[in-house]
Ligand binder design. Structure first.
Ligand code: NCD
Length: 307
């Protein structure tokens, strides 16, 4: 088993499948009255969050607690980071406290890689800048597999603000490893030149959502990340949602069995219409539930659990 999960590229097909299978076993636990396993008793998991988060932070906390680990939640706001403490000094503090795993979310791409060189424990990337978010890709893959029965051969459109999306990057890497065919869709300004080739040569790019939809098994909508945009990438929100938003008429272009995903938080009415987000094809709430199981599997396996 790998020690750190910094990138979806850390996972070969065998390791990723083992994590997904283990997540399935963890999910079975969620149906029980007592949702706890003693497996990580006495181990310490630190959640180190330098960026805002709802789902991911709560999900990692729930995952570690269900495995009986001691959980320390650190958020940069209200800590010595606001006094100017560096990531390295914070890392050395965690090291002194004996963290077995550090889950990090940071605005700087690459922060988890640096952290891994300063601490002895496992480092898990919970989102670094615009770079990667590997546990989101795992929970997305898990959701696809449980809804559609497989990943190999699935046609997946990832739609919207690819440029700023760590979710897109990690999903392309993981899903390609597992045999899915990816098409990135969005305005040319939000699809970096050569990104497809850089991530995986098989990845396709399209600027026309309507023409792509009839052929897809999965459509994954991305949040338009205005907080990361210094320039204007499209004329107006209205124009964006007219061309690239998923509304009900557009959703009807999808095959009957196809599912609609979104990592959250959503801009309802922009990249996704409320009636689509709340429809029976949407897996958005399921993705959140699956996130706990996927993160339990990651913590369990990285900290030495057996398959
Ligand atoms: C994503 C993130 O923070 O990268 N959200 C998440 O983790 N569920 C996507 C986003 O912020 O749009």
């Amino acid at each position: 088993m790998i020690k750190h999960l910094r990138s979806a590229a850390d996972l070969d097909a065998e390791t990723a499948t083992l994590i997904l299978d283990t997540a399935g076993e963890m999910a079975a636990l969620a149906g029980r009255e007592v949702k706890k396993l003693p497996t990580l008793r006495g181990r310490t998991v630190v959640n180190l969050f330098y960026e805002d988060s709802t789902r991911t932070r709560i999900s990692f906390e729930a995952a570690a607690k269900r495995l009986s680990a001691d959980v320390i939640n650190f958020s940069a706001k209200g800590s010595s980071v606001s006094k100017g403490e560096s990531l390295k000094d914070t890392a050395l503090t965690l090291q002194a406290m004996g963290a077995d795993a550090v889950v990090i979310r940071h605005p700087a791409s690459g922060a988890p890689h640096r952290l891994a060189s300063w601490v002895d424990g496992s480092v898990i990337n919970a989102g670094d800048g615009t770079h990667e978010h590997p546990t989101q890709a795992l929970l997305d893959a898990y959701t696809m597999r449980s809804r559609l029965g497989k990943i190999d051969g699935l046609k997946v459109a990832i739609v919207g603000d690819v440029l700023h999306s760590r979710v897109a990057r990690s999903n392309v890497l993981l899903l390609t490893t597992l045999g899915a065919e990816i098409t990135l869709v969005g305005p040319p300004t939000l699809i970096p030149v050569d990104i497809a080739a850089a991530l995986s040569p098989q990845t396709k790019v399209s600027y026309d959502l309507d023409s792509v939809l009839p052929d897809m098994d999965v459509v994954m909508m991305l949040r338009v990340q205005t907080e990361r945009m210094q320039d204007s990438y499209f004329p107006s929100a209205r124009e964006y949602s007219r061309r690239y938003g998923l509304d009900a008429p557009r959703m009807r272009r999808l095959p009957e069995h196809a599912i609609v995903m979104h990592p959250g938080p959503m801009n309802r009415g922009m990249e996704i219409a409320p009636e689509v987000a709340d429809s029976s094809r949407s897996t958005i709430v399921e993705q959140v539930a699956n996130g706990v199981s996927a993160r339990m599997a990651v913590l369990y396996l990285l900290l030495g659990g057996k398959a």
